[in-house]
Design a protein around this ligand. Structure first.
Ligand code: CP
Ligand code: NVA
Length: 307
């Protein structure tokens, strides 16, 4: 439906909106840390629809909505009519008449686009096969907290060119930083699927050590994303040389940080000494999902607010 603002992929918001949201996140996080009540969304209801598993996304949205004074309802495919073939358009009509905002984790991006087109209320992407925009909001906020502005910096993405990678690439175009990507042959970035405007903000490297050189942030993700489990054995073989280890971190800038959206597999995409080491900021990154999504829900429901 027209006139409703959604967050279905990173490029749905502008650089100016992200600047506002990161400032707002800082303020909302400070209230939380000081145990100050902030209830702008009193009486508002978030519906969360999960077609795939989750720990962080569910927890951060549910806790976040409660902390803003509202309520959250969890639906999954197994226990609702969504798993029994009710058209997504019909589900969107009904769910959006009974709630104020919806978060969806599903398979193809097309599903969430169809839902949003039939929703009276804002829809947030909580991960699709193509994108994970809330994750990259949290990652960039975490980078800013630790190292300052991300503009002009270099992010090294090592591993699968998946939903999280695609979202980093979109974010680089909007916020003007660079992404070095190294994937095994056959798993390269597909710019069209990633929804990119051009190729100015990323470079592909055959050797992951070359991708890590000059990076201010090194990041990776599981080799097999949800929905691709049938490829797991093959991927374990294909990705064996794409583990982020201490040598790779040494190739990056001295003050580079390490991020991982989690859940992680130590000994596969990342060595334990890296994710548990001094350069890793993964726990701050996970916590910041809560704070950025609170700012996002407030913005989609109330617009800009000046406390
Ligand atoms: N990073 C992330 O989205 O984690 P969950 O799958 O646990 O939600
Ligand atoms: N790329 C992973 C991210 C999980 C948070 C997946 O889609 O399974």
């Amino acid at each position: 439906m027209t006139g409703v603002k959604h967050f279905l992929q990173f490029k749905d918001l502008s650089r100016e909106e992200f600047d506002y949201l990161f400032e707002r996140t800082r303020w909302i996080k400070a209230q939380f840390k000081a145990y100050r009540q902030y209830w702008p969304l009193i009486d508002r209801t978030l519906v969360m629809i999960f077609e795939k598993a989750s720990t962080r996304t569910r927890l951060s949205f549910e806790a976040g909505m409660h902390q803003l004074g509202g309520s959250a309802i969890y639906l999954n495919t197994r226990d609702s009519q969504l798993g029994r073939g009710e058209p997504v358009e019909d589900a969107a009509q009904v769910i959006s008449r009974m709630s104020d905002i919806v978060m969806i984790r599903t398979f193809e991006q097309e599903i969430i686009e169809r839902f949003a087109a039939n929703s009276r209320v804002p829809v947030i992407n909580g991960l699709t096969n193509e994108y994970h925009p809330c994750q990259i909001m949290a990652d960039i906020f975490t980078f800013i907290e630790h190292r300052g502005p991300i503009q002009g910096k270099t992010v090294a993405w090592i591993g699968d060119s998946n939903n999280v990678c695609n979202t980093w690439l979109q974010a680089a175009e909007i916020l003007d930083f660079n992404v070095h990507v190294s994937t095994p042959p056959g798993y390269e970035v597909e710019p069209e699927r990633a929804g990119l405007y051009g190729t100015d903000h990323f470079e592909q490297f055959a050797d992951p050590m070359d991708a890590a050189k000059g990076a201010d942030l090194v990041t990776t993700d599981v080799w097999t994303s949800m929905g691709f489990e049938a490829e797991n054995e093959e991927r374990l073989r294909d990705f064996a040389d794409w583990q982020v280890d201490a040598d790779m971190m040494r190739a990056a800038n001295r003050d580079a940080v390490f991020m991982h959206c989690l859940p992680a597999h130590r000994g596969e995409e990342v060595a334990a000494e890296v994710i548990d080491g001094a350069q890793s900021v993964v726990w701050d990154e996970a916590e910041n999902r809560l704070h950025v999504q609170k700012a996002l829900m407030e913005y989609l429901l109330l617009g800009r607010v000046n406390p």
